[in-house]
Ligand binder design. Structure first.
Ligand SMILES: [Zn+2]
Length: 317
């Protein structure tokens, strides 16, 4: 049997046909149209699902469920998406629309929760408590306890990127100031790098930036770090400092067994994680405990959202 997982992002929609071993056996993608209504969105998702089945020779009765990760709050009571800045027109009962058109079990979940679920399923021995923090355009997060996603009273729990790490700090997209997201997202890393580059005009960062058609990205910063560039070392250390504030807060509140760092920046986990472990160890309340949270890098990369969405049926209610 198979399941279909669809990760609806602010810029793109990625869909995959996933087998019983959590492997993606076929995939499809397209750009997100931010003006999409729920009706338009469900039509797009249904056609993606049909294309996936047709191209892999899988019949509809071999598919058990369709799970969709959305960039907002997935209200499980109403079946609607809430607080989705990137999908302002998609406010109808999308779960019902998908159910009517496919007759499958439909699961709707916040995208960061779905990605966390995917990474959790990928772990051999399942930890009792698990948190995943995704460092992408923003800072997303998902929390799992005893095989259940923690969703809160209104399904909006786990917005760990919107804890403040600086009182009255820099403005965040959520309207507050000083949020972790404003300091530790991929976009924040780029802004911090550009600021340092403006002062250090002889840095290797400039050469790598020119090679990258004038754009700064996270990979470039870590590449310069690897080559010992002083400006890049400064940027990465400062960034790790900000991130460690948030991670230490999460650990102090939840003391999860495993805390997983995902998103584009986690591809430089060989640099970031050892640095982060050291900084976090100094900051956590439980620094003297014999047992502490294990900090690990995500392993599924962008596939976590697809696999997690596809396997939402395995999540305890
Ligand atoms: Zn915020």
């Amino acid at each position: 049997m198979y399941d279909i997982g669809i990760d609806v992002g602010g810029t793109g929609i990625a869909a995959g046909l996933v087998d019983d071993g959590c492997r993606i056996v076929a995939r499809k993608g397209l750009a997100t149209d931010r003006a999409m209504t729920s009706e338009a969105m469900s039509a797009v998702l249904v056609s993606l699902a049909k294309e996936l089945m047709a191209e892999s020779g899988v019949f509809p009765d071999q598919v058990q469920s369709i799970g969709v990760g959305v960039p907002g709050t997935a209200n499980r009571r109403t079946g609607c998406i809430e607080y989705a800045n990137n999908l302002p027109c998609c406010q109808g009962d999308i779960r019902q629309l998908l159910k009517e058109q496919t007759s499958k079990n439909i699961y709707l979940e916040n995208d960061a929760n779905a990605a966390a679920w995917g990474e959790y399923l990928y772990l051999g021995k399942k930890p009792e408590s698990f948190v995943m923090v995704t460092l992408g355009t923003g800072v997303g997060a998902g929390m799992i306890q005893d095989g259940k996603i923690l969703r809160g009273v209104n399904y909006a729990a786990g917005e760990l990127g919107h804890m403040t790490i600086r009182y009255n700090g820099i403005p965040c997209n959520c309207g507050r100031r000083g949020c972790l997201e404003a300091y530790a997202s991929g976009e924040a890393l780029i802004a911090q790098t550009e600021k340092v580059m403006a002062k250090k005009t002889k840095s290797l960062l400039w050469d790598l930036c020119r090679e990258n058609r004038g754009y700064v990205n996270g990979k470039l910063v870590f590449d310069a770090y690897r080559q010992g560039d002083k400006a890049a070392v400064k940027v990465v250390k400062k960034y790790a400092g900000y991130l460690s504030e948030g991670i230490a807060n999460i650990i102090n509140i939840l003391q999860p067994e495993v805390l997983c760092i995902g998103g584009g920046i986690s591809r430089s986990g060989d640099i970031l994680l050892p640095m982060l472990r050291e900084l976090v160890q100094e900051k956590i309340y439980s620094r003297a405990s014999a047992e502490n949270t294990r900090l690990v890098a995500a392993r599924l990369d962008n596939d976590a959202g697809i696999i997690g969405a596809a396997k939402l049926g395995l999540c305890k209610e």
